[in-house]
Write a protein that binds this ligand. Structure first.
Ligand SMILES: NC(=O)C1=CN([C@@H]2O[C@H](COP(=O)(O)OP(=O)(O)OC[C@H]3O[C@@H](n4cnc5c(N)ncnc54)[C@H](O)[C@@H]3O)[C@@H](O)[C@H]2O)C=CC1
Ligand SMILES: O=C([O-])CC(=O)C(=O)O
Length: 351
């Protein structure tokens, strides 16, 4: 088919212009993977601090068929650059809203780091006014052009942008609870790194559950459930918890006005994307932490341990028994997380 030949069959980066005739007629392509086929992955916000290194990491992934780079600026340069890496992943690039259809057509996994990052003194919620609209518009495109795709949202405030995406998909009739995932993997990476450092084990061996949300006190590491087992006084556990909760701010302050975590976030998004790709191509026993629509607590969205399968989340693990400190911190996050969820839902319903 001509459309597929151009959008998916090229051997070099195609420009949005080349695809534009097709985009005018683009409708949703079936995004169920035939056995043995390699997924198409889109990065929306590919010109940015996270998008660029994430695009490079995906270009190295042998399981990806096509990598579609979308942004409102700068995708041609990123695509030209990474397309010189001698791996088989095809790279295509699309710039500007009228090219969104081409970027999304036939995608199996859409990762969204589009939007503005924090500067020192800001909270993630301070990004809401700009990023809420960006995520909403991009998800409207997903609903139209690749409604079956898995969608991983990085753009902050994640506690609100995931509910916004869900409302967009519900309105479009394409909502699939198991395929909409807020990326909280960086919190898990940080918890592993900090706890490993504190107890003197290699970070690669550390496994610290982090649940809740992705902002300040809503980030809840469950240190009592770490493996290997960690013996910490309540004071030390609280100090480590606070470091994990404030880790994003630590980077924002160190970058002193030049943005927030980009390289560690690209790594975390790559590892998370890798898990999604493994699960959607049939691997069993894939587990990840992500912020999703959930019944694990009374909050309608919550990050927790999930088992991923071919159709998205297949199992939501219960939190299990928490210690006194974790119970206290879980109680403390409820109000803020609930308000952030409501803010997102209200925005999407009004807009
Ligand atoms: N979930 C998490 O753990 C983390 C989330 N973040 C969030 O990720 C987002 C991106 O951060 P950075 O890459 O550092 O920012 P950045 O400013 O370097 O890049 C953002 C990119 O988004 C693009 N963009 C803006 N509007 C767009 C639109 N309508 N459509 C497509 N692309 C658009 C920009 O042109 C830019 O290239 C921020 O909201 C940040 O807070 C950052 C780190 C960790
Ligand atoms: O702190 C920020 O603004 C970016 C972010 O979400 C993180 O690094 O965890």
């Amino acid at each position: 088919m001509q459309r597929l030949a151009v959008l998916s069959g090229h051997l070099r980066p195609v420009s949005g212009g080349e695809a534009s005739a097709l985009e005018r007629q683009a409708t949703a392509a079936p995004s169920t993977l035939p056995p043995g086929a390699k997924p198409k992955v889109a990065v929306l916000g590919a010109g940015g601090g996270i998008g660029q290194p994430l695009a490079m990491l995906f270009k190295l992934h042998p399981g990806i068929g096509e990598l579609s780079l979308y942004d409102v600026v700068g995708t041609a340069g990123v695509a030209a650059d990474i397309s010189h890496i001698d791996t088989s992943v095809k790279v295509s690039h699309f710039t500007g809203p009228d090219k969104l259809a081409g970027a999304l057509y036939g995608c199996h996994l859409v990762i969204i780091p589009a939007g503005v990052p924090r500067k020192p003194g800001m909270t993630r919620d301070d990004l809401f006014n700009i990023n809420a609209g960006i995520v909403k518009t991009l998800c409207e495109g997903v609903a139209k052009y690749c409604p079956d795709a898995w969608v991983a949202i990085i753009s902050n405030p994640v506690n609100s942008t995931v509910p916004i995406a869900a409302e967009v998909f519900k309105r479009a009739g394409t909502f699939n609870q198991g395929k909409l995932l807020g990326v909280t993997k960086l919190d898990v990476c940080r918890a592993n790194a900090f706890v490993a450092e504190a107890i003197g084990v290699p970070p690669e061996q550390m496994d610290v559950p982090v649940v809740g949300g992705h902002a300040g006190i809503t980030i809840l590491p469950l240190l009592s459930k770490a493996t290997p087992r960690v013996e910490l006084s309540p004071e030390k556990a609280q100090a480590l918890t606070e470091r994990i909760q404030n880790a994003g701010t630590e980077v924002v302050e160190a970058k002193a006005g030049k943005g927030s975590a980009t390289l560690s976030m690209a790594y975390a998004a790559y590892k998370f994307g890798e898990s999604c790709l493994r699960a959607m191509t049939g691997a069993e026993g894939v587990t990840e932490y992500a912020y999703v629509a959930s019944n694990v607590t009374q909050l309608p969205y919550f990050a927790s341990k999930l088992r991923l399968g071919i159709n998205g989340v297949e199992e939501y693990y219960p939190l299990g028994r928490l210690n006194e400190l974790e119970e206290k911190n879980l109680a403390a996050l409820q109000d803020e997380l609930q308000k952030s969820i409501e803010k997102g839902v209200e925005f999407a319903r009004k807009a």
